[in-house]
Design a binder for this molecule. Structure first.
Ligand code: 13P
Ligand code: SF4
Length: 319
């Protein structure tokens, strides 16, 4: 505990001295989320992280999350220095969508509007017409569908399938998935629901269709927290990374939150309900990045310039 306090104090000092700001995702360690809030940074979903980083005056951003979040911050603000505690913190969706294969997929379907999820590399975004996050993907695809557009979607097949089903849009789906959400199972969730008949089920749309089908609410991490606060229930079953429980419990202290069941259990399944890459962010490597300037995100400026167009489109749509 004394060591943690020392690390936190030093991080606060350096953030102040270097006029840097900490931007964290809800899936990282609770103490990093708290630090971000205490020091005037933000803890939020991917859309808000992007917007906050873009709009904040700080010249240095420390992004506690995964690589695509750091890259998005860099693409939006190429003049800023973006540091991450561990540059190896990636995402199974990003890994499962290599830019050369993706480019070939796009080349094979030139008649389609290319919509990619935020969880992709800068090079994949550079090839896209639109980037979306889970909080706004449905609205953007509905908008494109209303204009008669056919969609090429990548990489998350579950989120893409959910949006397709809700909007009726013509969507060609890349077959990627999130290794955390892919573990949630409909059958087990149904059994758990029987044990807690009054519980409401909150689901992140990266989850499989059988899980989404049982949801009382589907949305981004920020939207799930908002639902936990505002929905009229005392118990909730939550199908997303368990890092979210910290904020949820703080936002609704009298309510009870239960993580949705996964195929394995926490002893045998490393990625069950917690992202191994989000877990790479800690106090020690955050401090190291601040002290040494290591973990800097670099995006090729020409790739970044192209990628920025699809992110700006989303942010303009969201405004
Ligand atoms: P959101 O916070 O935008 O819902 O994204 C979830 C996620 O998978 C981030 O890795
Ligand atoms: Fe990627 Fe899933 Fe981890 Fe989010 S939780 S960063 S989607 S692997």
């Amino acid at each position: 505990a004394a060591e943690k306090l020392r690390l936190k104090t030093r991080i606060k000092q350096l953030l102040h001295e270097k006029k840097a700001v900490l931007v964290a995702h809800y899936y990282v360690d609770a103490e990093l989320q708290d630090l971000a809030e205490e020091t005037g940074g933000c803890v939020s979903d991917s859309l808000e992280m992007a917007r906050f980083g873009r709009d904040h005056a700080a010249q240095t951003l420390i992004v506690a999350g995964v690589k695509f979040m750091g890259e998005t911050a860099k693409i939006l603000s190429p003049e800023k220095t973006i540091l991450m505690p561990d540059l190896d913190a990636t995402c199974s969706l990003d890994l499962g969508c290599p830019s050369d294969e993706f480019a070939a997929f796009c080349d094979a379907h030139p008649d389609r509007t290319v919509v990619v999820y935020a969880n992709t590399s800068a090079a994949v975004k550079a090839r896209a017409d639109w980037m979306v996050t889970s909080s706004i993907g449905l609205d953007i695809v509905a908008h494109l569908h209303a204009q008669g557009k056919k969609i090429l979607w990548a990489p998350d097949k579950h989120l893409g399938g959910y949006i397709q089903q809700k909007t009726g849009a013509d969507m060609l789906l890349w077959q990627g998935s999130c290794l955390v959400h892919d573990e949630f199972k409909g059958v087990e969730l149904d059994l758990l629901k029987a044990e807690y008949p009054h519980a409401k089920i909150l689901v992140h749309p990266e989850s499989p269709a059988a899980v989404v089908a049982l949801a009382d609410m589907v949305g981004s991490t920020s939207q799930m927290i908002h639902a936990a606060m505002t929905m009229d229930a005392q118990e909730f079953i939550v199908a997303t990374d368990n890092g979210i429980l910290h904020k949820m419990q703080m936002a609704a202290p009298d309510k009870r939150f239960i993580v949705a069941p996964t195929a394995g259990n926490s002893a045998t399944c490393k990625s069950c309900a917690h992202c191994p890459w989000m877990a790479m962010n800690g106090l020690a490597n955050l401090l190291y990045a601040l002290e040494t300037g290591s973990g800097e995100i670099i995006v090729d400026p020409s790739v970044g310039k192209k990628a920025k167009l699809c992110i700006d489109r989303m942010l303009d749509f969201a405004a």
